[in-house]
Design a protein around this ligand. Structure first.
Ligand code: DX5
Ligand code: ZN
Length: 218
């Protein structure tokens, strides 16, 4: 199967959102990645459910919402009502991670957990069987356009081993600093989905770039 590509709207032209989303839809991208930041969990603020709803209304793509917010339980229902098909929360922001994951699933969305580069995979061990996806951060979350942290490759391999034992259907997605140069190594290590902000939206030919990413297979 081809690798899933999820352009991050964070790197799009916000004065022309519909046009930017069209570029991704027509390029055959699989998910539209929406980065939600609260200025608290991460040192940046982006947008809320209103914009997610606007994005969802312009594309048939899967809306993949990445919540970089404190106490995400408060907003999960709103983001699902806005059209999110997948909700990913941060392990570091959820004291009751199991409850949060059950809440997402009970509202009919797929449930994911993300961990920061400084967080160990062992923090996911108990929840892994319940997850539809894990979003491994390969940069410290907060901004697009950062450099890929090389030690992420070992983490992908280790997570791939972990899932084979308890949840082989779970998707591994990598977020941060993905490029046409490092994408293949990331996929070979075990990733199924690549999040790409800068590499997709700032590409000279996004459709060609999307085709290259999707053709990277294990
Ligand atoms: C970082 C966000 C990423 C980011 C990726 O906090 O979660 O999704 O937009 O952007 P690039 O691909 O430019 O690193
Ligand atoms: Zn993200």
């Amino acid at each position: 199967p081809s690798t899933l590509l999820a352009p991050s709207i964070l790197s799009a032209d916000f004065t022309r959102l519909e046009h930017s989303i069209d570029i991704a839809t027509k390029a055959g991208a699989d998910w539209m990645h929406c980065d939600i930041m609260d200025g608290n969990f991460v040192p940046n603020i982006t947008f809320g459910p209103l914009i997610v709803q606007a994005i969802a209304s312009c594309t048939p793509m899967i809306i993949d919402t990445h919540l970089m917010i404190v106490d995400p339980d408060r907003f999960i229902e709103e983001f699902i009502k806005a059209g999110s098909h997948q909700i990913t929360v941060h392990q570091e922001a959820c004291p009751h991670l199991h409850r949060t994951i059950q809440l997402i699933k009970s509202l009919g969305a797929k449930a994911g957990v993300s961990i920061n580069p400084g967080t160990s995979l062992s923090t996911l061990e108990s929840i892994l069987p319940d997850l539809d996806l894990v979003l491994l951060m390969s940069v410290n979350p907060g901004f697009g356009g950062q450099k890929f942290i090389p030690s992420s490759i070992g983490k992908i391999r280790q997570l791939h081993e972990m899932r084979l034992k308890v949840n082989p259907g779970m998707v591994i997605a990598i977020d941060g600093g993905i490029t046409e140069e490092n994408g293949q190594e990331v996929v070979s290590a075990g990733a199924d989905a690549l999040i790409a902000g800068t590499a997709f939206f700032k590409a000279a030919n996004p459709a060609q770039t999307a085709a290259k990413f999707r053709a990277m297979t294990r």
